[in-house]
Design a protein around this ligand. Structure first.
Ligand SMILES: [Zn+2]
Length: 149
């Protein structure tokens, strides 16, 4: 029996920046939907999911180091991820988190209040993310293990 396939599930999709027109292929490692827009790594504007007809269902895709992919985070992994994010963004030149929150602890509480399992998180893939990638479809896990450490 075929499982019900959600739109976007395990797809490779094109995103394009509204401002600088950078195009990027992003893989969804999860059997769930993805956001319509994501941040552009070059100009920080919005990248939009475009060319839907070019979406490819790719459950066996192997992400390369440096690719951006959507993953699910466990609550524990989400907290770890957010702490790193807060540390790196607290005194950011352009978008300091310290402008919006009184303390890093307050920022973390705020982020964790909004956290919910199944929400996509976009990461730049590297082997150190192994533990945080919850979707452990066998081939995907094998691909992760085979990456240079
Ligand atoms: Zn851009």
């Amino acid at each position: 029996m075929e499982l019900f396939k959600q739109p976007d599930a395990m797809n490779l999709m094109w995103y394009q920046c509204k401002k600088c027109e950078k195009r990027e292929k992003v893989w969804n490692s999860r059997p769930r939907v993805t956001p319509f827009s994501i941040g552009c790594p070059d100009c920080q504007d919005l990248m939009i999911h475009v060319d839907w007809h070019l979406d490819i269902y790719a459950p066996n895709h192997t992400p390369q180091k440096g690719d951006r992919i959507f993953i699910d985070l466990s609550e524990e992994a989400a907290e770890k991820y957010y702490i790193q994010f807060i540390e790196s963004s607290w005194d950011d030149d352009e978008y300091p988190m310290s402008k919006n929150f009184n303390t890093p602890k307050e920022a973390l509480e705020n982020l964790m209040n909004d956290w919910e399992f199944g929400q996509p998180t976009i990461i730049t893939f590297s082997p150190k993310d192994l533990d945080d990638v919850l979707y452990t479809e066998d081939r995907f896990r094998k691909a992760l293990e085979n990456l240079d450490k």
